[in-house]
Design a protein around this ligand. Structure first.
Ligand code: FMN
Ligand code: SF4
Ligand code: FES
Length: 572
């Protein structure tokens, strides 16, 4: 409950006054240092009064490619003479609006497709003390191929299962479908559910990971908007099959609209008897609630997410034990991504053969991908698993904006690194992308046109991880900072060749140490963006470091130094 209390205090005061935290400590019999350690961990909580206009500009991949740096520079110029108690302008990590970049937040309200004059208006009204409201563009429901119930009664699989109780058959079908986790790691879903089912503990949980906070990742936002019933049904099925009686849907706090949509869906299910102690009058029960994340990319790591639900700092646990054995409150826990859950009712309602036939080029199933960056039509697309990246970028997302050429793309945000345009015919599936030296990840495709500086993009990605490192383990905490410092230095001026060689050797050593010794996937993946850029765009890096030249005119040119450049590199 600690987050609800902290949110209530922040809502009343705009920040967390010391006296209120002391009061909370007494009421909840929790030592003050514990409350403080939690409140100071999450960037969403303010320990000191914020300025009247707390402006945060997303500087991550998709926003950076769409002018976030220039927007921030422009805003800083417009408010250069303002008092610090009136306005503060800072970076913020991806706000989940990558298809409408650049995105900013003003007093925790999110705005997308922002121009400097729009942002200035918002800031001026915040400084006048007016309340700022979110923009919720109404979204018409999109009919998706993934929905087995476009016109028929929803929750057909649950209705049937509570009568037949064929749990082994469900696991058998999931196994034959070869469904793998779609949150990034690709773990076989049937195996995860089977492990939890076999645990003898009578108390078990189902948790949905709807935290998606990696730059470029927006597909779960779309799924929760348009297919909320499939997500709820997938979670109920997980509960029935594994014996868990309680589910928690963990959603990032920037997704207010999706929280409302899912809240409404859950209430509808309770009214219809599909949730609760007795599902459709049977002795089978499953309760489902929403937990709003206190914020931060690390909360998406499954054990950090569990720590956050338990009211702690979101620091990943050492594994093993894995959540299937000791997850939420040390109980066996099924934890899956939104898209993984919605695949389950599809498979069970229409059969494994139908599911297999949806994929292309030998792959199975459908995939939701978010496409952002320099494409003409950024957005979320439902495509057959296994189609080529060229089809996604050019047929679905309209190709590269302004008739420019594709230079590179990240198949799944910073963690996948960057691939050159020459491999655009790679297929969108686990195996093909792994063979190309990348990964399917969460399907967060970010396209870069031929004006992009790839060293700048590597620095952008590495600094995202530095910002989001939870700091629990040294290799990640110190290594991500060292790597950011090194790449920033490379963007700034030429170095002697011997120094460059020494840097490259250190980078390799650091990458190995981080991959081998970091506690969680965040620290292990930090080197991926720069390693991919060194592999595919080495000449560009050499030009920076050996000649002091940015071929794209973005990094540390005389114009950028003088603040006159049209395009600016990422600030570390
Ligand atoms: C730093 C970090 C962030 C992550 N963020 C997410 C996320 O936002 N959503 C998600 O489903 N998985 C995320 N994952 C992966 C989860 O730890 C976990 O593997 C996944 O939720 C399991 O679900 P699945 O098997 O259905 O993919 C993240 C992993 C790491 C290391
Ligand atoms: S690898 Fe990084 S994010 Fe993960 S536990 Fe260690 S410090 Fe935290
Ligand atoms: S909202 Fe800026 S990168 Fe996602």
């Amino acid at each position: 409950m600690i987050f609800d209390d902290l949110r209530a205090i922040q809502l009343r005061h705009g920040f967390l006054p010391k006296a209120e935290l002391e009061g909370l400590s007494q009421r909840s019999q929790t030592p003050l240092y514990q409350i403080h350690s939690v409140a100071s961990f999450y960037p969403h909580f303010h320990l000191v009064p914020p300025p009247r206009a707390d402006v945060r500009v997303c500087a991550d991949m998709s926003c950076h490619l769409n002018g976030a740096g220039e927007l921030r520079t422009d805003l800083e110029r417009r408010f250069a003479n303002s008092k610090p108690q009136d306005i503060q302008i800072r970076d913020v990590s991806c706000l989940g609006r990558c298809d409408h970049a650049p995105a900013i937040s003003v007093n925790d309200r999110i705005f997308a497709d922002v121009t400097a004059s729009h942002a200035e208006q918002l800031v001026r009204s915040a400084i006048r003390g007016e309340t700022i409201h979110d923009e919720h563009p109404a979204e018409a429901r999109v009919v998706c191929k993934a929905d087995p119930y476009p016109d028929s009664e929803k929750y057909g699989v649950v209705r049937k299962l509570v009568q037949t109780k064929t749990w082994d058959d469900v696991l058998g079908q999931l196994k034959s479908s070869e469904l793998r986790g779609l949150g990034g790691a690709g773990f076989p879903t049937s195996m995860k559910w089977d492990l939890v089912r076999k645990e003898p503990d009578p108390v078990k949980y189902v948790v949905c990971n709807a935290d998606e906070s990696e730059p470029g990742t927006i597909k779960d936002r779309f799924i929760m908007t348009h297919l909320p019933h499939l997500l709820v049904e997938g979670m109920i099925i997980a509960g029935l099959v594994t014996g868990a009686k309680r589910g928690i849907l963990y959603i990032r706090h920037e997704y207010h609209l999706q929280e409302e949509i899912l809240g409404e869906e859950i209430r509808r299910c309770y009214r219809a008897g599909l949730l609760g102690k007795s599902i459709l009058g049977t002795p089978l029960g499953f309760d489902l609630e929403i937990f709003v994340s206190p914020g931060g990319y690390i909360c998406g790591e499954e054990t950090a997410l569990i720590e956050a639900i338990e009211g702690h700092r979101a620091e990943p646990r050492n594994k093993p034990p894995f959540p299937v054995q000791a997850g939420l409150w040390q109980k066996p826990t099924v934890l899956n991504n939104v898209e993984t859950f919605i695949n389950v009712p599809q498979i069970l309602a229409r059969g494994v053969e139908w599911y297999a036939a949806q994929g292309a080029n030998g792959s199975r199933g459908l995939k939701f991908v978010g496409v952002s960056g320099h494409v003409a039509r950024p957005g979320i697309f439902e495509v057959p698993m296994g189609i080529t990246m060229r089809e996604v970028l050019f047929d679905h997302a309209g190709g590269i904006r302004g008739g420019r050429a594709l230079k590179a793309f990240a198949p799944s945000g910073p963690s996948s690194g960057y691939l050159p345009a020459s491999v655009v015919d790679v297929r969108l599936d686990f195996k093909s992308l792994a063979e190309a030296g990348s990964m399917l990840g969460s399907g967060a495709i970010v396209a870069c046109d031929d004006t992009t500086c790839m060293l700048d993009m590597a620095l952008n990605a590495v600094r995202f991880y530095r910002n989001e490192s939870c700091g629990k383990c040294v290799p990640c905490r110190v290594g991500s900072q060292k790597m950011t410092d090194m790449l920033f230095r490379w963007t700034q001026s030429a170095l002697p060749e011997a120094q460059y060689r020494a840097d490259l050797a250190l980078l390799d050593e650091l990458s190995q140490a981080m991959a081998l010794t970091s506690i969680c996937g965040l620290g292990q993946i930090v080197p991926a963006p720069i390693q991919s850029v060194l592999k595919h765009f080495r000449a560009e890096v050499d030009a920076h470091v050996l000649k002091g030249q940015c071929p794209s005119g973005i990094c540390a040119t005389p114009a950028t130094r003088a603040g006159e450049a049209q395009r600016v590199g990422i600030r570390p």
